[in-house]
Design a protein around this ligand. Structure first.
Ligand SMILES: [Zn+2]
Length: 209
């Protein structure tokens, strides 16, 4: 069902503990929903462990061989349970369910809640009413957007529950929630967004978006 995954680069950085906290939260949440990325993450963790223990010898036969050796004996980790809309890692982070989230209004029914993370990157929950668009914006850095409920579309594709969009600097998009169900996302950015409309730009410093 999940069609948009974390990149290998992100999974490797996550396995190595090198991601900013906000991105780690998105990665942990996606991995809790996605068997495919969980298996890949475990492989990277195992490779990392093997390299630490055996040094360069672990890499004999190249990365592929090392991955094959590392993944063979690893049993599948069970996927953690969801607590309502919020998957386990995110519910732990927020300290409860979606009902306890304190939203800020951004206009047009769009709401957000900034999550407390280290300042290298910021994480927020976004609530987009069905059919509503989020203002057109580009990015100075990278943005990860994980769908928790509903779905959105932008210029690149459709993103449904569990899907993660990895957007770089080059993407200027207008995400729009699909009709039917309100869309809730977890988004992380490593630089402030550049909103095109003057209104959101004025508000940007206030909302840290
Ligand atoms: Zn995945």
């Amino acid at each position: 069902m999940i069609r948009h995954h974390l990149t290998d680069q992100l999974l490797m950085a996550y396995a190595a503990g090198n991601l900013p906290e906000a991105f780690s939260l998105v990665a942990a949440t996606h991995v809790s929903l996605c068997d495919d990325c969980r298996a890949r993450l475990m492989a990277y963790e195992a490779v990392g462990g093997a390299v630490l223990e055996e040094g360069a010898a672990a890499m004999e036969g190249g990365v592929e061989a090392c991955l094959a050796r590392a993944t063979a004996p690893v049993a599948k980790r069970p996927s953690p349970r969801r607590k309502g809309v919020l998957p386990g890692p995110l519910a732990d982070y927020v300290g409860g369910g979606i009902e306890g989230v304190r939203w800020q209004k951004l206009g047009m029914g769009v709401r957000q809640a900034i999550l407390p993370t280290s300042r290298r990157a910021s994480a927020r929950l976004l609530y987009i009413p069905a059919g509503q668009a989020v203002p057109d914006h580009g990015h100075r850095g990278m943005e990860l957007t994980l769908v928790l409920q509903g779905a959105f579309r932008d210029e690149t594709d459709r993103f449904g529950p569990g899907d993660v969009e990895v957007a770089g600097e080059e993407l200027e998009h207008v995400p729009r929630a699909e009709q039917g169900e309100d869309c809730i996302c977890l988004a992380a950015t490593d630089a402030p967004l550049r909103f095109k409309d003057w209104m959101p730009r004025v508000l940007q410093p206030l909302f840290r978006i």
